[in-house]
Design a binder for this molecule. Structure first.
Ligand code: F6R
Length: 240
């Protein structure tokens, strides 16, 4: 693991921007794995600026998102499909055909899981962006998820639902399930870039870096990845 410590959220986003630009300069038709949540929003804002200033183009870029809630219509403002459109896709020159998120049609979930997993097995992610849950999850692979797990339907931990309640009217409105890439899918990426900011992530980062590699802390599996970069701000790195 290559750990880069920076001052704050803004510096984390800028450093991440450099790495994404480097990736796109090396390979303009890169395949990117994308995360939602608060952590990558600053990076996405910077990517939009870089695109508007004509430093980068997404014309040939393909994206695969980590996860999507079950039980929210795709057009619900808090679906990850809406989130990605709002925070990135509608501001850049990416082709709609190159954007992939798990479908979450309640009537055909098993087919949707299989279809997404098949797509992932046919595509290699060049650079996978990850956040980390306060409980150590990556994607929505909650504690206890086997490292061999592929795309699946997950029951979200109470802790995850509480953490994400800030986006909803109340905890009761937070979905109870999601479709997520499994740890096995994530680990197949050529390069993993995990971002973390804030004191509430410090314990999860400590266990990820220095703890035993164990399914009770899913992010610890990243110790086994041959090319994993972690960008942490001072608060998230405070226990290292
Ligand atoms: C999001 C995802 C999650 C988040 C994690 C941190 O697609 O898969 O693993 O990265 O829950 O969320 P934030 O960034 O909101 O703290």
């Amino acid at each position: 693991m290559n750990i880069i410590k920076v001052k704050n959220y803004e510096a984390m986003s800028k450093k991440a921007l450099e790495l994404v630009i480097h990736q796109l300069n090396m390979k303009k038709d890169s395949t990117l794995g994308l995360a939602t949540g608060s952590t990558p929003v600053g990076l996405y804002q910077q990517l939009i600026v870089a695109h508007k200033n004509r430093y980068i183009s997404f014309k040939d870029v393909k994206t695969f998102n980590l996860d999507e809630y079950i039980g929210l219509d795709r057009n619900h403002p808090e679906s990850y499909f809406s989130f990605m459109n709002r925070h990135l896709f509608e501001h850049i020159d990416i082709s709609e055909d190159n954007i992939h998120l798990p479908n979450n049609d309640i009537n055909r979930l098993e087919e949707d899981v299989k279809a997404y997993n098949d797509l992932l097995s046919k595509n290699t992610i060049d650079l996978q962006i990850l956040g980390i849950g306060t409980n150590g999850h990556i994607g929505f692979n909650e504690p206890g998820t086997p490292f061999e797990q592929e795309t699946f339907i997950v029951d979200l931990d109470m802790k995850t639902r509480e953490d994400n309640a800030r986006f909803f009217d109340s905890i009761d409105s937070v979905p109870k399930q999601a479709i997520t890439m499994g740890i096995k899918n994530i680990m197949k990426a050529n390069h993993i870039l995990l971002l973390a900011s804030g004191a509430n992530k410090a314990e999860a980062i400590k266990k990820m870096v220095d703890g035993p590699v164990d399914i009770t802390h899913p992010a610890s599996v990243l110790q086994l990845h041959p090319n994993c970069t972690v960008i942490v701000d001072e608060a998230a790195a405070s226990q290292l």
